[in-house]
Design a protein. Structure first.
Ligand SMILES: [Zn+2]
Length: 219
């Protein structure tokens, strides 16, 4: 089933123009794996960006930089192209196959805020300080209520949750920003929910318990 909840066009445009931080970009990459609609949207934005570049007046290029470009083309065409096989999907908890976009990320051990809410740090190989976590929440439970200082993207991998914005199932992404003050996504009663979340800047967590864990979680 195709996702019903998508990142905003602004976020997809930032992704297409390489203007999204690595953590948020990872969440969008995971969303794109299961969303033909957003893949098409990104393709259109990229095509529009290419057309814009073609309309720019040509800038003078120095002969030394041209030499570097030709040297690079030579080495790249001389080197045999290695085909990289897609790494097998990683399985978490013996039951959750992780998206391919997470294949090169380091996923830390589960830690808990309380027994019904666990989290694991996700470290990107090239951007280990990005604020990205996996969240595993028991049926009927919620994240600590919080606000934002920038963009937050939460992608549902398994299960479902709902918030003031709507209902989110597997493949759906919820986007929240500074305007959202009292964000408290709650998992549906019928099963555990596994999500991938990234934030641009530290959250404003309202509860004491949440604030105590915030430095550890890195969000
Ligand atoms: Zn989408």
């Amino acid at each position: 089933m195709s996702p019903r909840q998508h990142p905003s066009d602004e976020t997809l445009l930032r992704h297409a123009s390489r203007n999204l931080g690595a953590g948020l970009r990872l969440v969008v990459d995971v969303h794109l794996e299961s969303c033909p609609r957003c893949r098409e949207q990104i393709r259109l934005f990229e095509a529009a960006g290419g057309a814009l570049l073609e309309d720019l007046p040509p800038a003078p290029v120095s002969s030394s930089s041209l030499e570097k470009i030709f040297a690079r083309i030579d080495t790249e065409s001389a080197a045999p192209r290695r085909l990289r096989a897609a790494p097998p999907a990683r399985i978490l908890d013996d039951r959750y196959a992780l998206p391919a976009a997470l294949a090169n990320c380091d996923v830390g051990p589960w830690r808990f805020v309380h027994p019904k809410l666990r989290w694991a740090r996700v470290r990107l190989p090239d951007a280990p300080r990005e604020r990205v976590i996996l969240l595993k929440i028991a049926p009927g439970h919620a994240t600590p209520a919080h606000g934002h200082r920038g963009l937050e993207l939460t992608q549902v991998l398994y299960g479902a949750f709902s918030s003031a914005h709507g209902a989110y199932g597997p493949g759906d992404v919820e986007e929240a920003d500074d305007e959202v003050k009292d964000h408290e996504p709650r998992v549906t009663a019928d099963g555990e929910c596994l999500c991938l979340a990234a934030v641009e800047a530290p959250l404003r967590i309202h509860s004491l318990l949440g604030r105590l864990f915030q430095p550890l979680m890195g969000i």
